[in-house]
Design a protein around this ligand. Structure first.
Ligand SMILES: *[C@@H]1O[C@H](CO)[C@@H](O)[C@H](O)[C@H]1NC(C)=O
Ligand SMILES: *[C@@H]1O[C@H](CO)[C@@H](O)[C@H](O)[C@H]1NC(C)=O
Length: 289
């Protein structure tokens, strides 16, 4: 029995999860999210960490869990055994120019508000920290250590036995001090596929360069949006399903902990070639499951 168990654990530990920034309003009582539900159902071996973000956070009174459409949509998603819903918070009061300057009382209030979703029937499993630091300025290591400890250990929170913590600095930087805090994931590359001149508007929210964080692969997430047209003369790849397959395989082979590719921004998931259904299938297949 023991060797079989070890093999199973090893396989689970090396699979690349889906990390889906779900910034789309759940219209039709969550009906607009049905392609995501279909992808979860069709790929049961794939674990999907799904970031819920009503209003740059959990939303105030009347928003988020108070909105019947959000309540219905997130309940339906959370009912899938391979979905882990995580709540969005951010650390910057100036759109990322300064990190870790949201007052402690405010960011912990947002985390506590996410926990109230659990009481109201939506299993939130942890927190996605956006505008996370890219260097050690502004006492950010202490801030992120305190925040991680709070999310994982505060007795008033109900995110389950092992709360998920994801940092999103949105790019490479001086990240080792943050890997040392042992979050589940750091989004060390958030970039776009297409060439800058074809980017923009609702279709992309693209920085134009970035590199893989090669160390710490299992705690690293790679998000690629704007998967359309082609990616410039240097690589000369067209955004086809075949290229998607190759790129996703590359991510999995590097032992990256989680990934997401999509064609449009994080508000539309059915546009091809990187629709949610295709991405989930390609990733599940690349995982060998
Ligand atoms: C982190 O928590 C410690 C202990 O409560 C506190 O002294 C320190 O000021 C906090 N640092 C930040 C940056 O929040
Ligand atoms: C880019 O790829 C296309 C199709 O494979 C090929 O025809 C073209 O010569 C390539 N261009 C460069 C600059 O490599």
């Amino acid at each position: 029995m023991k060797p079989i168990l070890l093999t199973t654990l090893a396989a689970a530990a090396t699979a690349t999860d889906l990390l889906l920034p779900l910034y789309q309003f759940p219209a039709n009582n969550g009906g607009v999210w049905s392609p995501i539900e279909d992808a979860l159902t069709a790929n049961p071996s794939l674990t999907a960490k799904i970031i819920i973000n009503p209003h740059n956070g959990p939303g105030g009174p009347g928003e988020g869990i108070d909105d019947p459409q959000y309540a219905a949509g997130t309940k339906a998603l959370a009912a899938h055994p391979n979905a882990q819903l995580i709540g969005y918070v951010h650390t910057s009061t100036d759109l990322g120019a300064t990190r870790c300057n949201v007052p402690w009382a405010d960011i912990t209030a947002a985390v506590r508000r996410w926990s109230t979703w659990v009481d109201r029937g939506v299993a939130i499993r942890g927190i996605f920290v956006d505008e996370a630091p890219v260097n050690t300025a502004n006492d950010c290591v202490a801030y992120m250590r305190n925040l991680t400890d709070f999310i994982r250990t505060d007795p008033g929170l109900r995110f389950g036995a092992r709360p998920v913590v994801v940092f999103n600095p949105g790019g490479t930087g001086q990240l080792q001090a943050y890997y040392d805090l042992q979050p589940d994931l750091i989004v060390a590359l958030e970039t776009c596929f297409t060439v800058p001149e074809r980017a923009g508007g609702d279709y992309d929210q693209c920085p134009t360069s970035g590199g893989y964080e090669r160390a710490n692969a299992v705690r690293t997430a790679v998000l690629v949006h704007g998967f359309h047209d082609f990616n410039g003369p240097a690589a000369n790849l067209s955004a086809t399903e075949g290229v998607l397959d190759q790129l996703v395989k590359g991510v999995v082979q590097r032992g990256i902990g989680a990934t997401f590719f999509n064609t449009a921004g994080y508000h539309t998931f059915t546009d091809g070639p990187a629709s949610i259904g295709t991405v989930a299938r390609v990733l599940r297949t690349a995982n060998g499951a």
